[in-house]
Design a protein around this ligand. Structure first.
Ligand SMILES: [Zn+2]
Length: 232
């Protein structure tokens, strides 16, 4: 940690959502005076018991001293090496507390958890991830980037703007196919079997979980015509 940061004291820690893979440092830094920044929803999740489909427990409340010390709702600008880092909120994509970090001076965009380049993403319905706004998140991020932006996904190799746009179009098309299946009253199991993602990213492995969770995430948004059309 010290080597990575090049300093003994970590003044600020930004956590991009509530999942374990990005919150391990909270415990290590608790009580050290580090400012822990997160979206307001992420702080709420971290302090709660989270269940998968109302059943299996996925998360127990963190001790108070490990919770974020500073939260925001929309955007937050932090000073960084004579310039700034702009943190922004992506609504309900991977969870409902996803952050990105935009370094305008360096032209680097860290996408946060919504974007990966080495596997199918997760739309975590237990904390209000939603495939419709997951696709919107791609639009929001695309609007920040230009042809020379270095795009850093949550996992996998760096992306160029062109590579990022390819992913965006792929997910837009995939969502259209999933909406078509929804409108035929198919179940999530049938969508996984129909596998509209077949052949799209063979190196990413099985898309079943993404399709299953992504499809189920429509259920709470059936009145949102901009995503699912008008139901008959
Ligand atoms: Zn995650």
């Amino acid at each position: 940690m010290r080597q990575l940061a090049g300093t003994d004291t970590i003044k600020t820690l930004v956590i991009t959502h509530w999942h374990d893979e990005v919150t391990g440092l909270n415990a290590a830094l608790a009580g050290s005076g580090t400012d822990i920044i997160a979206h307001a929803n992420t702080k709420q999740w971290l302090g709660s018991t989270i269940r998968r489909r109302g059943d299996e427990i996925r998360h127990l409340p963190l001790p108070k001293e490990q919770l974020p010390t500073r939260v925001f709702h929309d955007t937050l600008t932090l000073p960084f090496r004579g310039a700034s880092i702009e943190l922004g909120y992506l609504l309900q994509a991977h969870t409902d507390g996803d952050l990105y970090a935009w370094f305008p001076q360096q032209n680097i965009l860290f996408t946060g958890p919504a974007v990966r380049s080495d596997g199918w993403p997760a739309v975590d319905e237990s904390s209000n991830g939603f495939i419709g706004r997951f696709v919107d998140a791609y639009d929001k991020l695309a609007a920040l980037a230009n042809d020379n932006t270095v795009i850093v996904p949550a996992s996998g190799a760096l992306l160029t703007k062109a590579g990022f746009d390819e992913q965006k179009v792929m997910y837009q098309n995939l969502m259209k196919e999933m909406v078509a299946l929804l409108r035929q009253s198919r179940s999530a199991e049938e969508v996984v079997i129909a596998n509209p993602a077949v052949g799209l990213q063979p190196q990413w492995g099985d898309a079943g979980e993404f399709l299953d969770e992504g499809f189920r995430s429509f259920y709470g948004h059936l009145r949102e015509g901009q995503y699912v059309g008008t139901m008959p």
